[in-house]
Ligand binder design. Sequence first.
Ligand code: NAD
Length: 259
Amino acid sequence: MMLKGKTALVTGSTSGIGLAIARSLAAEGCDLILNGFGDAAEIEALVAEIARTCGVAVVYDGADMSKPDQIEALFANAAPKGVDILVNNAGIQHVDKIEDFPVAQWDRIIAINLSSAFHTSRLALPGMKARGWGRILNIASAHGLVASAEKSAYVAAKHGIVGLTKVAALETAESGVTCNAICPGWVRTPLVERQIEAKAKEGGIDIEEASRDLLAEKQPTLRFTTPEQLGGVAVFLCSPAADNITGISLPVDGAWTAR
Ligand code: NAD
C-alpha cells in the first residue's frame, strides 16, 4: 500500500496499457481518476470493480484529450485539489505514407499523443510542486527513440513527448517531482491488434502468423511486453527507489532499440 493517500489521473485508462497501469497503482492503494472512451455501462462497472477490489476511490471523467477545454474541465471537476501522479497514456495510431497521410489524422495524433500531455502537465504541476511530491509518467514508445516508415505523426508525437519529459524533469529537478517516459515496444492491445489484422489481410496470412511477423521485424525477444509489466514499471517509478530517477526514457521493448 505504498501509494495510499495519493491520487492518480491516468488518461486513456478504459483499455490496454492505461487500464493496467491504473489497476497496478490502485493495487498500491492509490485513488484513481479514470479517463478514456468506451461503453458507459462497461466503464461504470469497471469503476465499481476497481474501487471494490482495491478499496480505493475511483472516479471517471470522459474528457476528450484532443480538447484543451475538456482537459481543463476534468481538472476543475474531478481533481480540484490536483493529482499526485499523472500518467499521460491516451494515444492513437494511423499508418500511411507522408504524402497520403490525412491532415485531420495528423492533427488528431499530435493533439492526443503529444499536446494533451502539455495541457495535463501544466495543470498538474503547480499542485505537485506545492506539495513537494509528484510523478509524471509519459507513455511514449520505442517510436519515441527510433522511427518506422508510415508512422510520421505517431513518431513525431512520441519523439516530442520524450523531449517534453526532459524539460519537465529539468523544471522540477529540485521540487520532489519526477518526470519520466516509458517507451514500450509491441504490447498486444487493441491499438496493435488492428495493425496485426491489417498485416494478416495484406499478406493473406492468419492472425497468429501476422503477430509473429510483427514481432520478428522489430522485437528481438519475440515476446510482447504485457500491460501488467508496464503497470509494474509505473509502480516502480512511483516508489522511493525512483526518487532520483528523472528525465529518462525507459525502453520496455524486448531489445527493439538495442540495434
Ligand atoms: P488502446 O487503444 O488499448 O487504449 C487507448 C486508450 O486511449 C483507450 O482508453 C482510449 O479510449 C483512449 N483514448 C483514445 N483517444 C482518446 C481521447 N481523444 N481522449 C481520451 N482518451 C482517448 O491502446 P494502448 O496500446 O493501450 O495505448 C496506450 C498508450 O501506449 C498510447 O499512448 C500508445 O501510443 C502507447 N504505446 C502502445 C504500444 C503498443 O504496442 N500497444 C507501444 C508503445 C506505446
